[in-house]
Design a protein. Sequence first.
Length: 77
Amino acid sequence: MAVDDKHSFVVGTCGGSSYTTVEEWDAGDEFSNGSFYSDSVTITGYNLTSTTRLRFRCDASSNSDYIYIDDVVISAQ
């Protein structure tokens, strides 16, 4: 991850007209630039349907801010 210290990376879901943040990582607190991280997010308490959407969003302001996402696994219980 290479995100300015003031910015964050967010995972959210949308089951209707707007997204709800389910996890957020803040630079300098949950991650440091230039490092690899592995994490798991469990989404509970939401009515997930066949039209539910998942969004990964990076709130960054520089042209050199990069987030790489790999090996995403989605499963139901």
